[in-house]
Design a protein. Structure first.
Length: 185
């Protein structure tokens, strides 16, 4: 059975975007980006909420000509994965290998995990919170950046209580810290 993994890049105080909706402070350097790419290679399907999908769809047509190799590598990884977008408002996908579902269905996600030969990732704290609450998420991976933004959108949904076991940690030269946790159900 495939694993369902929630990954997020967050500020040290736990936000994926600041109070103005900005997240440029979270842009990974080449070392972190390469590490993320290696993690993402095992993912066959990305589950997204509408907002995170609209951010990530950039990778469908990203110009990689003048960018570092890790940039082009991530674009290829992202384009090769299937995508499921949960949205009540999005009418058509803006990327290949993408389907839209109107509601998050834990039974269907469990079936997808059971039938997949490759891992699944889930993006967006609200959607991930639903999946964690339903007992579907196997791992939480956080990349904490050495910045405090004082408020914004939290990396983990509010009112979510979950027991975690630390599996791995890594420090990068930029000050980013990677934490990998197993979700204890």
């Amino acid at each position: 059975m495939a694993q369902l993994i929630y990954s997020a890049i967050a500020s040290l105080d736990g936000y994926i975007e600041d109070a103005d909706g900005k997240f440029e402070w979270a842009a990974p350097d080449e070392e972190v980006h390469g590490f993320v790419n290696d993690l993402e290679r095992s993912v066959g399907t990305n589950l997204y909420g509408r907002r995170i999908y609209e951010t990530m769809v950039f990778w469908e047509t990203a110009s990689t000509a003048d960018e570092p190799a890790v940039f082009a590598d991530f674009a290829q990884i992202w384009q090769a994965a299937d995508k499921v977008v949960y949205s009540r408002t999005l009418q058509t996908p803006s990327s290949a290998r993408t389907r839209i579902e109107r509601e998050f269905d834990p039974v269907e996600v469990r079936r997808l995990k059971e039938s997949s030969s490759r891992d699944l990732s889930i993006g967006g704290p609200e959607l991930a919170g639903q999946a964690i609450a339903a007992g579907l998420v196997d791992e939480i991976r956080l990349f904490l950046h050495p910045v405090a933004v004082g408020g914004g959108k939290p990396a983990l949904a509010k009112d979510l209580r979950v027991q975690l076991e630390l599996l791995e940690e890594r420090r990068f030269a930029s000050g980013v810290v990677y934490l990998r946790y197993k979700v204890i159900n």
